[in-house]
Write a protein that binds this ligand. Sequence first.
Ligand code: MG
Length: 368
Amino acid sequence: MHASVSRKPEARPTTAAPPAFAGSFDLPTRQSGALRPLILNPPTVADCGERALIARISQRLSTEPWVVVGPGDDAAAIEPVRGALEVLTTDAQVEGVHFDRRFVPPDAIGHRALAVNLSDLAAMGARPRAALLSMALPASLEIAAFDRMIDGLLALAARHGVTLIGGNITRTPGPMVLDVTAIGTVHRRKVLTRAGARVGDEVYVTGSLGDAAIGLMRLQNDDTDTGAAARYLRPEPRVRAGLLLGRNRAATSCMDLSDGLADGVRQIAQASSVGITLDAAQIPITAESKEWLSQHQQDPIDLALTGGDDFELIFTVRPRQAGRLRAVRRHLGNLPITRIGVVTRAPRLLVKDGHRERELPEGYEHFR
Ligand SMILES: [Mg+2]
């Protein structure tokens, strides 16, 4: 083994005055004068310092003509899209709450941090446009892991046409936090909310449910190489589905499923002042998931109802708008859209399972 490893040249600040995100990063840089201490371990963010970290991100960003003031000033300034509403959302990923670094690789942490926000924009029928990234990093985080986190975030951003316009980096003595603010646009008449469901509407979901919760359980048991694990690690926000549902006004209400189907049903019902009855037999659960759950004596319907992190869309459609929904389906190609229930006048939340009818269980909720 080598007794010492020299600092990688790219770990140094690359410019005299690197473009800064707004805010401060108070890590002391270890270098003073020409001599540097020998680094025995892989370089960390503390070895690098805030300015160099910011430069590492900034040099990878492309500029867009609508970004009037980008990274490097006190705040970003962007040109609005004429005639469109701005849709803004923010959501944090906290180590130990949303991810565990023992089995969530850095690129997946970066991916998830942006994906959960794009999922919220999708639920509003908005086209994602810009993002701000605020990070609280432990000083011991390796530079290589930092870079891979940014890789994961920027790869997803590129696929959805999202420009990173600024952010902040700070040190934390606690767990790592990635907090993303995402900005999208939508035409005023095409914005989707949770509040528009009406009696007689049909309830639909995209994709399949429960996979991410199974993926998390399997990852916790060192079972990493599965489709379910990928669903948990790199959820695919349903941006296109949300856009199509909003654009042709197929949906009367919509939200994304971050905390389980039961939570989504409850939120839409409450916001719309209606009841919802689900048909358990219709809830889309993959054959792979069903098999794993039966091997582990777990009920697939319970898991779909209460398991979080799927980031599918739940939405309601008026039966006479079936033609609009067909058009959405045609444009989406492979992504399944499944009818799972109906909106009722009685404000009850029920799951019909064959002849049995039961109350909807609670979904996942923080602080409970
Ligand atoms: Mg949401």
